[in-house]
Ligand binder design. Structure first.
Ligand SMILES: O=C(O)c1ccccc1NCC(=O)[C@H](O)[C@H](O)COP(=O)(O)O
Length: 211
């Protein structure tokens, strides 16, 4: 059984569906190129009614200090997710600037990428273990691509972590069984088109992950 983060939420009915289904983390994307992007003002409305116990995660890609301040001036966030090329030093700066826990995403495509999880494990509060985006990809995440989960078998890091990348209602139970992930993160796998979430898929995913 794993807890769930539903990422890339941009409509109130999908926030409500994720909360009702039992998701413990909700992700909001502040990266304009993404089909899931929300503005600071939209995020203010989307995050306002989220109950205590459900964490609101703001996803940023190499954000400037100004962007972080602008979003936090409007929207109530509980965690900052960094999904770009941020260094460990930048992770520490963002933590100090925002006063919030920071989750650093690390993309894996093979064993050579694993040491990054140790490196970031000092500065970050949480780790998001994701698939490395393919060369030339438009987005650094949210591509619906899985990596070889066997890379994670028997491994431990300094921080709590989540598994992401190509998870769906059909494969999430096997991913949790193989990796022991305590939390799973999904975006494309609960969409019927890029950026368009689906209530039935959200429910099916949470049920499969928590079963
Ligand atoms: O979702 C996006 O559009 C996005 C844009 C820029 C950086 C990251 C992005 N998404 C990351 C995620 O949604 C998840 O943390 C994770 O990568 C899972 O995505 P998916 O494989 O689509 O389930």
């Amino acid at each position: 059984m794993a807890e769930v983060k539903i990422c890339g939420l941009s409509e109130e009915r999908h926030v409500a569906a994720a909360v009702d289904a039992g998701a413990r983390f909700l992700g909001f994307v502040f990266f304009p190129r993404s089909p899931r992007a929300v503005t600071a003002t939209q995020a203010a409305a989307l995050t306002a009614e989220v109950p205590v116990g459900v964490a609101r995660v703001g996803l940023f890609v190499d954000p400037s200090d100004d962007l972080l301040r602008e979003v936090l001036d409007h929207a109530a966030l509980d965690v900052i997710q960094l999904h770009g090329y941020e260094s460990a030093a930048r992770v520490a700066e963002v933590k100090a600037l925002t006063g919030l826990p920071v989750m650093k995403a690390v993309g894996l495509s093979g064993p050579a990428d694993l040491p990054q999880l140790m490196d970031y494990g000092v500065a970050a509060d949480m780790l998001l273990v994701d698939a490395k985006p393919p060369a030339g990809a438009d987005l650094p995440g949210g591509n619906g691509l899985a990596f070889d989960w066997r890379l994670l078998v028997g491994r431990h890091w300094l921080r709590p972590w989540m598994l992401a990348g190509g998870l769906t209602p059909d494969n999430v139970a096997e991913a949790v069984r193989l990796t022991g992930a305590p939390v799973v993160d999904v975006s494309s796998g609960v969409e019927r088109a890029p950026g368009v979430k689906d209530v039935a898929l959200i429910r099916a995913f949470v049920e499969a992950a928590r079963s």
